[in-house]
Design a protein around this ligand. Structure first.
Ligand SMILES: O=c1ccn([C@@H]2O[C@H](COP(=O)(O)O)[C@@H](O)[C@H]2O)c(=O)[nH]1
Length: 237
């Protein structure tokens, strides 16, 4: 996987996505989530792929092990680069997801990387304590990161602010951190809680940042994308 900046294509239709992508003269690393996938389906994944873009298919599977395994077998055929589950589904579910992915990947193709969401970046410490009955967000992230690594997955989704906790819990070299919750200094947080800037995310050790509205809702998405790339690379803009 090349670009460390993953653009979240949180649009409802093919037309909106094409209008967005047509502004860029380069292959991108994009994220397709539930909103777009449930509307446009696998055919559109193929189309985006044929345009040369890398794809993180962010469907966050969370179900009984057999259901997740069978679903992963199907997702493996879409030739995407990255897929995910919720770590809260447990080690049996995560191992089943990996099995499904391995079994479903066509011969001669590389299987997509499989990562697990620790705690959503929209979740606060108070929420974890009050609604999930866990002692702290940190405890939960640490436990899920360890469980994810022990289950054989390739990495986690977490906030950049959690990367240090993840690295302490999952020490394997090459264990990746994919981090949403990215905002430029001038952006509002929206529904996100654990946020930081692209530069800080890199400093904290994120491998990939996921950026949605800061780019897609900006007046000039290409310029904003370039600004984020520059900030990630340590160039002040
Ligand atoms: O913990 C998580 C997991 C996934 N996401 C997804 O990332 C993008 C973020 O979009 P922004 O507009 O930059 O907030 C979005 O597609 C989420 O579904 C996340 O934010 N947090």
């Amino acid at each position: 996987m090349t670009s460390p900046i993953i653009i979240a294509l949180d649009y409802s239709s093919r037309e909106e996505v094409m209008a967005f992508l047509n502004q860029f003269n380069q292959p991108l690393f994009v994220k397709v989530g539930m909103e777009l996938f449930y509307k446009e389906g696998p055919a559109f994944i193929k189309e985006i792929k044929e345009l040369g873009h890398k794809i993180f298919l962010d469907l966050k599977l969370h179900d009984i092990p057999n259901t997740v395994k069978q679903a992963m077998k199907n997702l493996a055929k879409l030739d995407v680069d990255l897929v995910n589950v919720h770590a809260a589904g447990g080690s049996k579910m995560m191992k089943a997801a990996l099995e499904g992915l391995v079994e479903g990947t066509p011969e001669g193709k590389q299987r997509p990387l499989l990562i697990a969401v620790t705690q959503l970046t929209s979740t606060s410490n108070e929420q974890v304590v009050e609604e999930q009955g866990i002692s702290s967000l940190t405890t939960s992230i640490s436990l899920y990161a360890k469980l994810t690594e022990e289950s054989g997955l390739d990495g986690v989704v977490c906030s950049p602010l959690d990367v240090e906790i993840v690295r302490e819990a999952a020490k394997g070299e090459g264990f990746v951190t994919v981090t949403p919750g990215i905002r430029l200094a001038e952006n509002s947080a929206d529904d996100q809680v654990r946020i930081t800037t692209p530069a800080k995310a890199r400093e904290l050790g994120s491998n990939y940042i996921v950026v949605g509205r800061s780019i897609t809702k900006s007046e000039n998405p290409v310029q904003t994308y370039e600004k984020i790339v520059s900030q990630w690379e340590g160039v002040t803009v």
